[in-house]
Design a protein around this ligand. Sequence first.
Ligand code: NAP
Ligand code: G4F
Length: 327
Amino acid sequence: MAKCALITGITGQDGSYLAEFLLSKAYHVVGMHRRTSIENFDRIEHIVDQITLVQGDLLDQNSLEAIIKQYRPCEVYNLAAQSFVPTSWTQPLLTGEITGLGVTRLLEAIRIIDPSIRFYQASTSEMFGKAQTVPQNEKTPFYPRSPYGVSKLYAHWITINYRESYGIYACSGILFNHESPRRGLEFVTRKVTSAAARIKLGQIAELRLGNLEAKRDWGYAGDYVEAMWLMLQQDGPDDYVVATGETHSVRELVETAFRCVNLNWEEFVKIDQKLVRPAEVDLLIGDATKARTQLGWKPKVSFEKLVEMMVESDLRYFSSAGARPVR
Ligand code: NAP
Ligand code: G4F
């Protein structure tokens, strides 16, 4: 019988890539999504008939228990979160409830119903925040700089605590920024690639950004979901940094994206102080030696290739009729 995996956050960027990956490994994929007034399956449209979709919410304990009781997954990937850092300042309590406490709700459901389930928690390089070492690895002290980072740090530690207290096979993947043509339009990579495409197509005239000096270790989401799966296939549970080991500034990102459409970015980009964050994470660069050596994982897509892939996809997307406006 096919192994069953539950993915929370199936409608998100990573949920869609992980579902594809698990289908390629012949899993029965159960995807949890929240009830919305209009269906939000754009990223999983192409696989919707190959997976089982079920309504549930990280805010609702009963829904989590009911789903685990009904489907009895052997692996649970918790990708659901309020994942946008700026929103975590305007909605800090909701972010804490979903991104932080929501993980305890899911772990409780697993503990009560079937503690043999293997659990993956989507942790983040945002936990390093004001980074104490360069590069950052599994031993780097944490210093989160937003309600999002703080909520994820709680989730990270509760995952470790359920592993140590109850013997649950619970792993935390500390993933650095990963992007794709399916990235939400509000995150800086997609904001930049969609704007470069739309300016080229004559649809908009400028791009407003915040801090151009922040540096991130950007990889490709399609590569990173394999690391999630590998973590749950080992002899024992552990935590792993997943990153490319390269860092680039937002300025370099903008230059690279506009180069793809043969435009000079300086003619179109305006700095908007409203987009500068109350506290910034200045420099992230990951050391994924442990993932490389213990999981045999390595990234395949370079920064330049990633940006090019996103710009090309946005050129196709925004030149087709019915494309939605950039947010
Ligand atoms: P994403 O595109 O924002 O997807 C988040 C998912 O969570 C969406 O499916 C969303 O559903 C769902 N969700 C939000 N609140 C929920 C709730 N209360 N109950 C159930 N589902 C809920 O994020 P992503 O980029 O795929 O990232 C996946 C996970 O990895 C997130 O936990 C993120 O914080 C973490 N992470 C991401 C990165 C990165 O660079 N992408 C790096 C490190 C860690 P709707 O579609 O209904 O909103
Ligand atoms: O793309 P961002 O919004 O991503 P951020 O804050 O690094 O968070 C993402 O990666 C985390 C992993 O480290 C995830 F955990 C999290 O869920 C999310 O996926 O911003 C990247 C950088 C920041 O320094 C920001 O200040 O870009 C800078 N930036 C400059 N102008 C901007 C903008 N970011 C956004 N979103 N929009 C701007 O106009």
